[in-house]
Design a protein around this ligand. Structure first.
Ligand SMILES: [Zn+2]
Length: 386
């Protein structure tokens, strides 16, 4: 089955002008000013004359089997479903555990990722959780990353957070080294994603990893960096050292976070490249709010829709150029997890993961590996239990 996306304004993520895209076998088979298919061939033509066409979003931080549990078993967040993922324009997710590695397991995470792939999107996982030593599938981070195709690294490991294991620097350094070597052996990035809390230590361990070990700074990155002003100051410093930072998309209930637009502007004015910034949803994680004694007060849940709403807000309300900001949702996350050879870009030979936006940057259609998952903003392919 061939699909021809006719005449869209392409952002790959850089502006590519008005072009046609031919999809064949789940891949982008051709990009040209005009592609004509012999009439006897079976081809579906999608009129994209008034549309922007971009790579599908890559979300580096999704609690695909649910996170939470910090307020007891009744606060365990449910699994995410295919429909909500694709309605957010996300065609690739990276699944992570969170605080709970007692009733949640990396094996379950892996099975869910495999299930989501069966349903049509692309899914990877990180082994480990907030806690140290990391929970793994084979008993070794090195083996998991080297031998299990879906495992790209470790995360989210909590630092400077009252829910972390309060690991020593040496433990953290060993973990990052293990992930890197596993990555080398498996031909992957072997990256470690650090969940940052608001504790006094801040990113000190990350600065020390960069200063005191031989592990390249690209092997690890912090997320939730806009959680507090102090943390964000450190995120700027980390990025100035050459590191990458991940910003969590703002939801409705999270007014205590810095706005992503302000964070991006500050990073850019500190001479940080847009290439060092990614934005993720933290979907299906819980956002517990604790009082000064560490008692749970309120519980909110991260939504994957926050990701595309953040993109929409950055472009339409904050006036950031779509072609710049798109990188933070597509090519940059692809690079962070080492899949930029076939994801996160519009290029011949890459996976046909595409979003078609209307003229107001509202999501209209989504294709994952060449199959239309969303039409008119609604999911047209349902998950097994939707
Ligand atoms: Zn987190």
């Amino acid at each position: 089955m061939l699909t021809l996306i006719r005449g869209g304004e392409l952002f790959g993520p850089e502006p590519m002008g008005r072009r046609d895209i031919l999809i064949c076998g789940g891949k982008i088979a051709g990009i040209a000013d005009r592609i004509d298919i012999p009439r006897q061939w079976d081809v579906e033509v999608v009129d994209a004359e008034d549309k922007a066409v971009t790579p599908g979003f890559i979300d580096l931080h999704v609690h695909i089997i649910g996170g939470g549990g910090e307020g007891g078993p009744g606060t365990r967040v449910p699994e995410i479903q295919l429909g909500s993922i694709v309605r957010a324009g996300v065609t690739t997710v990276v699944g992570v555990l969170g605080t709970d590695d007692v009733s949640r397991h990396p094996e379950t995470l892996l099975a869910k990722a495999m299930g989501l792939e069966k349903e049509g999107i692309t899914a990877y996982i990180m082994v480990g959780s907030y806690q140290m030593p990391p929970v793994t599938i084979t008993g070794s981070v090195r083996k998991d990353v080297a031998l299990i195709p879906h495992v790209l690294g470790v995360g989210e490991v909590a630092l400077s957070d009252h829910r972390s294991s309060q690991p020593s620097f040496e433990e953290v350094a060993k973990l990052v080294a293990e992930a890197r070597v596993g990555g080398m052996l498996g031909g992957k990035v072997g990256v470690v994603q650090f969940h940052m809390g608001t504790g006094a230590g801040g990113m000190e361990y990350l600065f020390r990893l960069a200063r005191e070990t031989e592990v390249p700074i690209g092997q690890f990155f912090p997320t939730h960096v806009t959680r507090s002003a102090e943390l964000f100051e450190q995120a700027i410093r980390f990025a100035q050292m050459g590191g990458s930072v991940d910003i969590t998309a703002s939801g409705k209930m999270l007014s205590w976070r810095m706005k992503a637009a302000d964070a991006i502007r500050e990073l850019l004015s500190a001479k940080i490249s847009m290439e060092q910034i990614t934005i993720s949803s933290d979907a299906n994680g819980s956002m517990p709010i604790f009082d000064e004694n560490g008692r749970l007060q309120k519980l909110a849940v991260g939504e994957i829709q926050n990701l595309q709403q953040e993109f929409h807000r950055l472009v339409t309300e904050e006036g950031l150029p779509a072609s710049d900001i798109l990188r933070c949702f597509t090519l940059n996350p692809a690079r962070r997890i080492g899949i930029d050879g076939f994801k996160g870009v519009l290029k011949v030979g890459t996976d046909a993961d595409l979003i078609l936006f209307d003229s107001n940057w509202r999501l209209d259609q989504v294709f994952a590996r060449g199959t239309r998952m969303v039409s008119g903003g609604s999911a047209v392919v349902k998950g097994t239990f939707e």
